[in-house]
Design a protein around this ligand. Structure first.
Ligand code: AHG
Length: 279
């Protein structure tokens, strides 16, 4: 695991430089979700692939930017799914973006998750790595330094509701509104990494990306986005559900499967469960 964390740190520094240096524009290709790929998405994917290809303990990698998984060492234990540059459409407007990693042992699937991690590229570059504990690291000069352990409170103050409101189901809209009526404040940038990072570091709240009338299975991808953050939130003392079920109990048939998802502290997630159980 140490060498995987080292490769993630090296990738973070190289991706930060790629983001800073140049706007690469769009490529001619589409990714597996049918989105036009930014040259920068492809560059970040290549950086991570290159760093992971040097590690003997990695069996297979799957990237949000690649249709198929890529096999390295047949007898090695670790399978890593990653989103090289989540929220890359926010680069144009200079908002924070991130990289997400789900680290699985013996094969892809929530039941095999043994660690997860994300990098935030904002005014500062930070890494959050979760194994047994959730730890925050900050890039200082050329090295990442440990800052602190992250723990969620029982209840927070922030509400980050994702998806197109026009397509929300009526009871979901009522749920979101009820948090605002209770005094919660809106925090939503459109990048799940900075949005979930903010809730984690401010002690709690709710991030939701629900089933909508146009996307009944949600938008966010299980292996690259949903499971890694579910692991982090649960290890930090919070919860992560699809409305009713623990996200880490869901199965995954295809590497690009999606799921509705709710991440938060216990109070908010219990409210979601109550509403979704009755609808
Ligand atoms: P993309 O990588 O295509 O920019 O998508 C970003 C993801 C995720 O980071 C974010 O939470 C979500 O899409 C936002 O989607 P909506 O704009 O539909 O709320």
């Amino acid at each position: 695991m140490r060498e995987i964390f080292d490769a993630i740190q090296k990738s973070a520094k190289r991706i930060k430089k790629a983001i800073d240096v140049k706007d690469f524009g769009y490529s001619e290709s589409e990714n597996s979700s049918g989105e036009t790929q930014l040259q920068l998405d492809i560059k970040c994917d290549m950086i991570i692939e290159e760093e992971f290809s040097r590690i003997a303990s990695i069996n297979t990698i799957a990237s949000e930017e690649k249709e198929e998984a890529m096999h390295f060492h047949a007898d090695a234990p670790y399978f890593i799914a990653y989103d090289p540059l989540d929220g890359s459409s926010l680069i144009d407007v200079n908002l924070s973006v991130g990289t997400i990693f789900g680290i699985y042992k013996g094969g892809f699937g929530a039941e095999n998750m043994v660690a997860s991690c994300y990098i935030v590229y904002g005014p500062r570059v930070e890494i959050v790595f979760a194994e047994n504990k959730v730890k925050l690291y900050l890039l200082q000069g050329d090295e990442f330094e440990y800052v602190k352990e992250i723990k969620l409170g029982e209840k927070g103050k922030l509400n980050a509701p994702g998806g197109t409101q026009q397509n929300w189901l009526p009871y979901h809209k009522e749920l979101v509104d009820s948090f605002f009526k209770e005094g919660y404040r809106l925090r939503y940038s459109g990048g799940m990494v900075p949005d979930l990072h903010q809730i984690l570091l401010k002690g709690g709240g709710l991030f939701s990306y629900p089933a909508t009338s146009d996307k009944p299975e949600g938008k966010l991808r299980k292996l690259f986005e949903v499971f890694p953050f579910a692991y982090i939130y649960k290890k930090a003392g919070g919860e992560a559900i699809d409305g009713q079920n623990d996200l880490l109990e869901l199965t995954c048939k295809h590497v690009h499967d999606t799921s509705p998802c709710f991440f938060g502290s216990k109070y908010e997630i219990n409210r979601v469960k109550d509403v979704y159980a009755n609808n």
